[in-house]
Design a protein around this ligand. Structure first.
Ligand SMILES: [Zn+2]
Ligand SMILES: [Zn+2]
Length: 742
């Protein structure tokens, strides 16, 4: 597009980000080979497949596109709701719809407006200062074309839809004629306002909701009651908006409770951009929905409209605060975010909050700087006088009560939210512990089985190498046999076989010798033990004999002493006797112990016998070998056969072994599976599950409770805001009636 950006109507430049971003601008998904990047032809966002499944015709500079283009989900929702809005309120160019409510807030209605407009048209013919009007008329065509080409996609959709009752070839002419009558009359009657392109833009927007007459009255009201004369195009002075900036900052601080640390970035944004937002009434800076919300609330505020506009600016800054911090001084990025992402529901919530703000202190600043150069005699204020005076005392009492309720609910809500957060943390903790336990168990099991498997594999390879060895031997034998058949030498072969057998025999006899040596050693050890035990036994026997002799002696003495009738000595001796008998008892125990030793000796003897048997077995084997040796020569083939059979057996065994290993592996898998199952049904797991279930239930109940409370809170807030707007209106009436009385 080679068309240059218009310099006179404020708008947001929308960058074409296609191919420059790594992630989807709606869902944040990373663009890859499978996640393709698309561009929404309406908002120009770079989006993924999932976020842009729809295609539709889109508005272009030269009208509706012929082809269908990809539309992101955000735009799809927005354009659908725009259509619904237009239908529901029967909105059409040069037709009264919302204008009726707006006129009411200035104390007039469509009938009066019609009358006033006809008078104004007549008056305008008599106007002598036509300078502003002449400039306006000369530029109108170009400006309307620019508006057509450069309003943002959302406003464009709206304007086109509002004109759908007019044949397309007539549309531009119809728009031009109406704007000329409405804005032209204003400029002829109030040349002190002066001409700017924004006048055309505002008139165009108003005409989408109003007849020419209503649009004229509303346009007059905007310049007479809303925008201060410092912002008139004709003012042309460098009015620096210090007061306005201060008011916005004050609302941010007092009503929206924005941290003072965040204020510097907001202040920078305001000082750069506030003028554009005010002189255009923010038309073309946001999506249609947002723009409508701002303008409607401004017009509904009547002569408080300017304060309302500043409060709306505060709300916009608050909502874009994070984005401002992120972009610091790149205001264009922040504005693009505002255009694409600000939603009217967010706006309305914060806007209500600003209504609690005491505007009186701010208003004084504004009123003292305001010029009263225009007299707007066609605004009929009589409607306001008829309003009933409200009982302000009662209203404020109800207000207070409602506020208290809201505060209480807020507190309860906060508590519930905290509880939910705690419960969520607990659930998370439990889940974490559970997964740790599970992974530990699995690790342990698999470690053990790995070791076992490894061991079995080693065994397996041992067997394999044994078989390999045997195979080698067999092939060696085969070679020898073949060689022997060709040459004469069965003898030679026999000799080698013989020598092999001799070697075997030698090995066996060495083994036998080693075995005999071991047996000898064992025998020797047994003998030594016997000898160690024997003196013990002799000593015990000797001692026993000694004691027995002593007892006998003592008994003799007792008898002797008894005969001597020496009772005392008898008693002593009796005691001695008893003691000696005890000692004897003890010695008998010792004897038992020595019997145990005897038992051990018997065992040693048994082992010795076993060894002897083994020796015999060895001898038998040696004999067999000798027999084999005698059969040699002719029976080599037989030997090979035997070896081959052995080989087969071993291979069979290996197979079995492998099957066994496979079975073991299967068992391991089975055990693993069972363990896992066990774990799932184990008490611990079950309990945890129950806990989680409990926590979830409680959290659900809390969520439902919270939602209920939130609903009640919303209702209360709505009641409050209703009351507040009532109060505001009543105050206005009061003021007006006061000023009228004066
Ligand atoms: Zn996406
Ligand atoms: Zn889009």
């Amino acid at each position: 597009m080679s068309k240059s950006q218009p310099i006179f109507i404020y708008g947001i430049p929308i960058k074409d980000d296609r191919g420059k971003l790594k992630n989807c601008q709606l869902c944040g998904a990373k663009f890859t080979m499978s996640v393709k990047e698309h561009q929404c032809k309406r908002c120009k966002r770079a989006v993924c497949d999932k976020c842009a499944p729809n295609k539709a015709q889109v508005q272009k500079a030269d009208g509706l596109s012929k082809k269908s283009h990809r539309l992101c989900n955000f735009c799809k929702d927005e354009s659908d709701s725009l259509k619904r809005f237009l239908e529901q309120y029967k909105i059409s160019f040069n037709k009264d719809s919302f204008s009726q409510q707006w006129l009411q807030s200035f104390g007039t209605d469509t009938a009066k407006a019609k009358n006033d407009f006809l008078n104004a048209l007549d008056d305008a013919k008599l106007s002598k200062d036509t300078n502003a009007y002449d400039i306006f008329k000369a530029k109108l065509e170009v400006v309307i074309n620019d508006i057509d080409g450069f309003v943002n996609y959302s406003i464009k959709d709206f304007m086109v839809a509002a004109l759908k009752n007019v044949e397309s070839f007539r549309q531009k002419e119809v728009v031009k004629t109406s704007i000329l009558r409405v804005a032209g009359t204003l400029l002829l009657l109030y040349p002190q306002i002066g001409y700017s392109h924004e006048v055309v833009l505002i008139t165009y927007f108003l005409l989408c909701f109003a007849s020419e007459a209503s649009a004229y009255i509303l346009l007059t009201a905007i310049y007479a009651h809303i925008l201060p004369s410092q912002l008139y195009p004709k003012a042309n002075t460098k009015y620096d908006l210090v007061n306005e900036n201060a008011i916005v900052v004050g609302i941010l601080r007092d009503a929206l409770q924005v941290d003072s640390n965040d204020m510097s970035v907001i202040k920078s944004f305001l000082s750069q951009k506030l003028r554009c937002y005010l002189v255009t009434l923010s038309i073309n800076l946001f999506l249609f929905e947002t723009t409508f919300f701002i303008i409607s609330s401004v017009l509904m505020s009547g002569s408080n409209g300017y304060m309302d506009l500043l409060a709306q600016m505060a709300v916009l800054c608050q909502l874009s605060n994070q984005e401002m911090q992120k972009n610091k001084f790149n205001h264009e990025e922040t504005e693009l975010f505002m255009l694409r992402s600000l939603r009217t529901n967010q706006l309305s919530v914060l806007y209500k909050q600003t209504q609690n703000c005491d505007f009186e202190s701010y208003k004084k600043v504004y009123i003292t700087t305001r010029s009263d150069s225009i007299k707007v005699d066609n605004l009929n204020l009589s409607a306001r006088q008829s309003m009933i005076k409200p009982d302000m005392q009662k209203v404020s009492e109800i207000n207070q009560k409602l506020q208290e309720q809201v505060d209480r609910r807020d507190l309860e809500n906060k508590k519930l939210n905290e509880e939910i957060i705690q419960l969520r943390d607990k659930v998370k903790q439990l889940q974490k512990e559970n997964s740790i336990l599970l992974s530990q168990q699995q690790n342990n099991d698999s470690e053990m089985y790995k070791i076992k498997l490894h061991e079995m594999r080693i065994d397996n390879s041992d067997l394999k190498s044994q078989i390999e060895q045997l195979k080698n031997e067999i092939s060696k034998y085969k070679l020898q046999i073949e060689g022997g058949a060709k040459e004469k030498a069965t003898k030679q072969k026999t000799e080698t076989v013989d020598s092999d057998y001799e070697n075997d025999l030698q090995e066996i006899s060495q083994f036998k010798q080693k075995y005999e040596q071991q047996i000898r050693n064992l025998k020797k050890q047994a003998e030594e033990k016997k000898q160690q035990n024997q003196p013990n036994q002799i000593q015990i026997d000797e001692l026993k004999e000694n004691y027995e002799n002593k007892i006998k002696l003592l008994q003799k003495q007792v008898i002797q002493l008894q005969s001597q009738d020496n009772t005392e000595e008898i008693r002593d001796l009796k005691i001695q006797n008893q003691q000696l008998q005890k000692k004897l008892e003890k010695m008998k125990d010792e004897r038992n112990k020595s019997e145990l030793i005897q038992q051990k000796n018997d065992e040693i003897e048994l082992i010795t016998e076993l060894n002897e048997e083994l020796t015999k077995e060895n001898q038998r084997l040696a004999k067999q070998l000798r027999d084999l040796k005698s059969q040699s020569g002719a029976s080599s083939a037989q030997q090979i056969k035997v070896l081959e059979e052995q080989n087969k057996l071993l291979e069979l065994k290996l197979e079995q072994y492998q099957i066994l290993i496979q079975e073991l592996v299967n068992i391991i898998d089975k055990v693993k599976y069972q363990k896992q199952k066990q774990l799932e049904f184990s008490d611990m797991k079950f309990k945890q599950k129950e806990d989680l279930e409990d926590v979830k239930m409680v959290a659900e109940i809390r969520t439902v409770q919270t939602q209920l409370l939130k609903g009640m809170l919303k209702e209360n807030q709505a009641q409050i805001s209703d009351l507040i707007s009532n109060i505001t209106q009543m105050r206005q009436v009061l003021e007006k009636s006061k000023s009228l009385k004066l």
